[in-house]
Design a protein around this ligand. Structure first.
Ligand SMILES: Cc1cc2nc3c(=O)[nH]c(=O)nc-3n(C[C@H](O)[C@H](O)[C@H](O)COP(=O)(O)OP(=O)(O)OC[C@H]3O[C@@H](n4cnc5c(N)ncnc54)[C@H](O)[C@@H]3O)c2cc1C
Length: 451
């Protein structure tokens, strides 16, 4: 059996299939590995909301159809941030789809198989093969068979939150790569798809409800998935005082404030994990590119990671093609991938992390206060809003409304400053790895201003 390829892709989730289609479009000899059985690929615990803009952008890049037909359950129009007091809320435009992840994932896989991908399903990536300081392949373990070695010019790690390849690399192979996964890097989640007896009146909405009894990031979500259908769930960082808390129990006790158990049926209920850190500041190593959850590409505030994973997979495929054309695989040669990420969703996600940290710091009761007094407005939370210059008048106006909790306004002002500086830094992502350490120091200094 063949064991040498141009590209090995580990994981056939959105990042992996997108990378695969891109590599095939570029004429690269590519193998796609997934531990799941072929028919189960794409089936994943998820909120299932995807941005229209990103899914269409990826479809254009890959020359495939955007989500259509039975892949789309319903349309999304807005994201609502809310506390227990329903009338005090922030609405942000969020045009997209609620997709059936399994059907959409299967179709993307079919796009890849139709183009001739070599798919090894029910096959686990066990560890990377490292030769002369370069990731040169992967040891795989097919279902009920012996381990064997596959070699490639480039390996793309799309193995999701566990990041099997990234986290199995010794720091010495690439000192600029974060090779760990700690409990503070992701939120453990529990999610249900439910069917209510009556219509929920949340048509077109994806709602994040901040609750003081839910540990950070502190919300339960309700995503409208049809007139009576909802995708709901919660998740939090299982560390420190919340280490032994059950996500399922927290979810059920939050849920019963909104819907009585006997008034709905559960169509699906499962656990999962989602990254909550900003994108890896560097997602390359010699011979390796990392895309999707494996590189923390989900939005740290909303957990939106499906579209970013598709986009990152596509960029990884493009960078792999360039490297293979030049036959050069060093970190420096692959560095352009980081610049692509940070000139796209990377900068926004880095700022989302700031916003998530502030919301956690505020807690549900201060957030309630700020929304009620209209100290925070919808326009503040859009990416343009957070970068907007605040006039003295508007600051005084807010200060008056914020009395007596003036320290909250100081926190908001600091957040706006940090976000502006972070956007600037991301816009100036280092052109080469030699400026990286200094750049990361500046970024981390900004984050530390929130502590
Ligand atoms: C509860 C929850 C709600 C979410 N809600 C949303 C939402 O509403 N909108 C949104 O956009 N995103 C949401 N996300 C995030 C989104 O699901 C992920 O960001 C996205 O799936 C990431 O895609 P990926 O390809 O990187 O990883 P995955 O989709 O996790 O795919 C990884 C693939 O790698 C395979 N794999 C793993 N390890 C190995 C191995 N060792 N060998 C071989 N194969 C391996 C897995 O079987 C899997 O098929 C949510 C996530 C969770 C957990």
């Amino acid at each position: 059996m063949k064991n040498h390829f141009d590209v090995i892709i580990v994981g056939a989730g959105p990042a992996g299939v997108s990378a695969a289609i891109c590599c095939l479009n570029e004429g690269l000899d590519t193998v796609l590995i997934d531990s799941k059985q072929k028919e189960m690929i794409g089936d994943k615990v998820c909120g299932e909301a995807i941005s229209k803009e990103t899914s269409h952008q990826v479809s254009d890049l890959l020359k495939i159809q955007p989500p259509f037909g039975e892949e789309v359950n319903t349309n999304v129009k807005e994201l609502v941030l809310q506390t227990v007091i329903n009338q005090d809320h922030i609405v942000l435009p969020a045009i997209g789809y609620m997709v059936n992840r399994h059907k959409y994932g299967q179709r993307l896989l079919k796009n890849a198989t139709d183009k001739g991908i070599e798919l090894l399903d029910r096959t686990k990536a066990i560890r990377p093969i490292i030769q002369n300081g370069k990731i040169s392949g992967v040891v795989i373990k097919p279902w009920h068979k012996e381990e064997r070695e596959l070699y490639a010019k480039i390996v793309i790690d799309c193995s999701g939150i566990r990041a099997k390849i990234r986290t199995s690399i010794d720091d010495s192979v690439e000192p600029l790569l974060y090779t760990k996964l700690t409990p503070r890097d992701f939120a453990a989640c529990y999610r249900e798809i439910i069917e209510l007896e009556e219509e929920h009146n949340l048509d077109g909405k994806i709602v994040l409800k901040y609750e003081k009894d839910i540990p950070e990031p502190g919300y339960i979500w309700f995503f409208a998935d049809g007139e009576k259908k909802l995708n709901c769930g919660t998740g939090f960082i299982k560390d420190g005082k919340n280490k032994d808390k059950s996500v399922k129990e927290v979810y059920f006790s939050a849920m019963e404030k909104y819907y009585q158990r006997e008034k709905y049926i559960v169509l699906d209920g499962r656990g999962g994990s989602v990254p909550i850190q900003p994108p890896l500041w560097n997602a390359v190593a010699p011979g390796l590119l990392i895309a999707g959850d494996a590189a923390f590409h989900a939005d740290p505030l909303t957990a939106e990671g499906h579209g970013p994973a598709l986009l990152a997979g596509c960029y990884a495929g493009q960078v792999a093609k360039d490297a293979i054309d030049k036959n050069r695989y060093s970190t420096e040669e692959l560095w352009g991938y980081n610049r692509l990420i940070f000139s796209n969703f990377g900068s926004e996600h880095a700022r989302s992390r700031i916003l998530a940290m502030v919301l956690e710091k505020l807690g549900a009761s201060n957030l309630e206060f700020l929304l009620k007094r209209k100290v925070i407005k919808q326009s503040d939370l859009t990416s343009e809003g957070i970068l907007k210059k605040n006039s003295i008048c508007s600051l005084i106006n807010r200060a008056v409304r914020c009395m007596p909790r003036i320290h909250l306004l100081i926190l908001i002002k600091r957040t706006i400053d940090i976000s502006k500086n972070l956007a600037q830094l991301c816009g100036n992502y280092p052109e080469t790895p030699d400026k990286y350490v200094e750049w990361v120091k500046s970024v981390e200094k900004l984050y530390s201003r929130l502590n």
